[in-house]
Design a protein around this ligand. Structure first.
Ligand SMILES: Cc1cc2nc3c(=O)[nH]c(=O)nc-3n(C[C@H](O)[C@H](O)[C@H](O)COP(=O)(O)OP(=O)(O)OC[C@H]3O[C@@H](n4cnc5c(N)ncnc54)[C@H](O)[C@@H]3O)c2cc1C
Length: 469
């Protein structure tokens, strides 16, 4: 019997696992895919929002502001790439100026620190490439950019070290009376089930009761620009939000690229295609903020799926005794993740779950980032382990030593993209064109998985086919 079963290994399920494994509880997490962070968590704008956007006194407002505060602390502790770049919401005319003022007052009410309304000149000084049409902007210094998949992985890796029983590639297919989780591989009873299944929140909830909300999946498409574009903006540059979301942004990424997007299109939840129309909308909207933006440096287009519902707020509540559902965790879900986990812990405690802290827990994490070391440190490392002297991913300068280290991490990767999410191999200009075959060789060598069974990402995405020549 488990105390807690978490369904879903995105940033929310992982953050909940990180929080709850600090206590003397038997906790398991079931994820249908072969890795952590393969859902919406890997395809979003990667912004740790400051918290001026959500409606005051809503759950979202409270959890966003608290999540931002916690991200600053946790990213240092768990060695997750995070840069407090600050953000600007730009106005283009009087109507937008009014929205900027409204957002400023919302932010103040939500408790967001350091907000300031910039005039045209102040905005130009901060963002020299901004359009001359921009009139004012709301500046939020505590907003930042993060590696979303490394955030989720860090939570999950530390949770595993603190006793989480992680079941990857095990889809939850039903929930039976008595709080029994049924998967493709077995049945598991738990005192509490916590559903954190992202856009599948309604499917999981339907296993116990008819959801009292309507899921309205909304797709967002992006451009990811080469590092040569870095510097075109210094902060996260938003336009004023509208009924479809936070609008198109241009932002530095924590890895040194520029991200541009997203649009917002009602969509089937499985449809992660990019489209000519969607990308054309993004291009036109982005040019309004920065007319000199050069999208020919694009290295990848991708799409992510928002778990929007008919409710504006996050929907977090007990659906029945022992079943806590986290639904409608759209933006700012990433920014709010650790605060959502904290809130889940409080709800469980209020429900009567006894929580005693474990005596010894892991609450740190460190990984070697070879290219960030000094020449002396690099030399010493290569002397100790020559695999750090062999560069496998040339675009990102990722060494064999870093790739091999992922196979002895608490959650070893089984796919080429799993390696990428852990050490950035394949994230650069050539998008793995050069290093993917070498990464495949290393996966085979260090995990024993036959080469023809190694996948690019999710189950079924095998890379090699046919017989030997
Ligand atoms: C276009 C876009 C832009 C965004 N930008 C931002 C941003 O800048 N900042 C921000 O704060 N938020 C942003 N968000 C929102 C943020 O990405 C999400 O709130 C967050 O990633 C949700 O995480 P999750 O864990 O709930 O979902 P997911 O990451 O989707 O994880 C859910 C997991 O559940 C698993 N699962 C589903 N069904 C089952 C089952 N039956 N059995 C087992 N496992 C199952 C899935 O495989 C998946 O891994 C954005 C979202 C989108 C789409």
């Amino acid at each position: 019997m488990f105390d807690i079963i978490i369904i879903g290994g995105g940033v929310i399920g992982s953050a909940v696992a990180y929080e709850l494994t600090k206590y003397n509880l038997r906790v398991a997490l079931f994820e249908k895919e072969n890795d952590i962070a393969t859902g919406t968590t890997k395809a979003n704008s990667a912004i740790i929002h400051a918290g001026y956007d959500p409606v005051p006194n809503s759950l979202t407002a409270r959890l966003n502001v608290r999540g931002n505060e916690l991200a600053h602390i946790i990213c240092k502790k768990l060695d997750v790439p995070f840069k407090e770049t600050g953000s600007v919401v730009c106005a283009f005319g009087e109507e937008d100026d009014e929205t900027v003022r409204k957002l400023y007052h919302r932010g103040v009410e939500n408790g967001v620190p350091g907000l300031k309304i910039l005039n045209k000149q102040e905005l130009k000084t901060l963002e020299p490439n901004i359009s001359d049409e921009a009139t004012t902007a709301l500046y939020a210094p505590t907003a930042g950019v993060i590696s979303p998949w490394e955030y989720a992985l860090a939570f999950a890796e530390v949770a595993v070290q603190n006793g989480l029983e992680l079941h990857l590639s095990e889809k939850v297919t039903d929930i039976k009376e008595g709080n029994v989780v049924v998967t493709e591989k077995g049945e598991y009873a738990a005192k509490y089930i916590i559903a954190a299944a992202g856009v599948n929140c309604n499917d999981i909830e339907s296993m116990v009761a008819e959801p009292d909300y309507t899921l309205k999946p909304s797709k967002g498409e992006y451009y990811l620009l080469d590092k040569s574009a870095f510097g075109i903006v210094n902060t996260v540059v938003f336009q004023c939000p509208n009924k479809n979301g936070k609008g198109v942004l241009i932002s530095p990424t924590v890895h040194g690229n520029i991200i541009v997007g997203p649009n917002a299109e009602a969509s089937e939840k499985e449809d992660l295609s990019t489209t000519a129309d969607g990308l054309s909308f993004v291009r036109t909207a982005a040019a309004k903020s920065v007319p000199t933006l050069n999208l020919s440096t694009n290295i990848r287009n991708f799409a992510g799926m928002r778990a929007n519902t008919n409710e504006e707020d996050f929907i977090i509540r007990f659906v029945r005794a022992g079943f806590l559902s986290l639904a409608g965790i759209k933006s700012p879900g990433l920014a709010s993740a650790p605060a959502i986990a904290e809130y889940v812990r409080q709800l469980l405690e209020k429900d009567g779950l006894s929580l005693t802290e474990k005596e010894n827990i892991v609450d740190t994490r460190k990984r070697i980032r070879f290219k960030e070391l000094s020449p002396e440190e690099k030399n010493a490392l290569i002397k100790e382990n020559p695999a750090y002297g062999r560069v496998i991913c040339r675009c990102e300068t990722i060494t064999e030593g870093e790739i091999v280290a992922t196979f002895s991490s608490p959650i070893p990767p089984v796919s080429i993209d799993g390696v990428k999410r852990r050490c950035n191999a394949g994230m650069g200009r050539c998008q793995g064109g050069f290093c993917a075959p070498r990464v495949l060789e290393l996966i085979h060598k260090h995990t024993g998985i036959p080469k023809e069974e190694i996948v690019k990402d999710k189950s079924g995405s095998t890379v090699l086919s046919g017989g030997a020549l």
